[in-house]
Ligand binder design. Structure first.
Ligand SMILES: [Zn+2]
Length: 219
């Protein structure tokens, strides 16, 4: 059985049909998680295929919201991004993706989420981009991407409405990324917010957050 299948989407900006590969869900096997909850997959890595890219107009977004229409007020900024994109013809996003192609897809999605004023999505894109650089052992670019993820999570948390099912994840990354970049006071503040606000939650992020906070206090 193959790992990938092809799904068709309709680009909400130019109306083209976009074909993008998806990983069969039964092929996704998580072996374990790293300390920042990055999954280590056995076999194919579905993170390579999370972003759908329109090959006609370059519009890019996560698979889960690619087809959502864009508010007319934001269209001008989206078009501005489209006018600035160059050199995508060397990459084929519809085929099997290597890390370089996937990182480029995330970079495109970041530009569009910025244009659409969605800092929480920008933060998640930088986080996954950092993880892809980690898999390439490119520590310099991993740190750059994760530093951007942290500042985007800060903008997201402080300036946008957060749904309560998303908040434990956002607090976890505010804390964990602050810890990574030696911002100990910030890390303590965010871990304690996570643990006190969600103490009765069954969230995976709460459990991991308690462990990381404990480690931080023991140091
Ligand atoms: Zn398009």
């Amino acid at each position: 059985m193959p790992d990938l299948w092809e799904k068709k989407y309709k680009c909400p900006i130019c109306g083209s049909t976009v074909i993008s590969k998806r990983v069969f869900s039964e092929k996704v096997r998580i072996k374990r998680y790293e300390s920042d909850l990055k999954p280590i997959y056995e076999g194919i890595n579905p993170i390579l295929y999370s972003v759908v890219v329109c090959d006609s107009c370059h519009y890019s977004a996560l698979e889960s919201d690619f087809e959502m229409s864009v508010s007319p007020i934001l269209l001008q900024d989206v078009r501005k991004v489209q006018g600035e994109i160059r050199n995508t013809e060397i990459l084929n996003f519809a085929k099997e993706r290597d890390h370089k192609t996937a990182i480029f897809a995330y970079a495109l999605a970041i530009l569009f989420y910025e244009a659409k004023k969605q800092p929480c999505k920008v933060a998640e894109m930088y986080l996954r981009m950092g993880w892809l650089y980690r898999e390439l052992d490119d520590e310099e670019n991993e740190n750059k991407a994760l530093a951007k993820a942290l500042s985007s999570f800060e903008t997201c948390y402080l300036n946008t409405y957060i749904e309560s099912d998303k908040e434990p994840m956002i607090l976890f990354y505010l804390a964990e990324l602050s810890r990574r970049f030696q911002k100990r006071d910030d890390a303590t503040k965010w871990f304690s917010t996570l643990v006190s606000k969600y103490k009765n939650s069954t969230s995976f992020y709460l459990k991991a957050g308690k462990e990381r906070w404990q480690e931080l206090r023991e140091k």
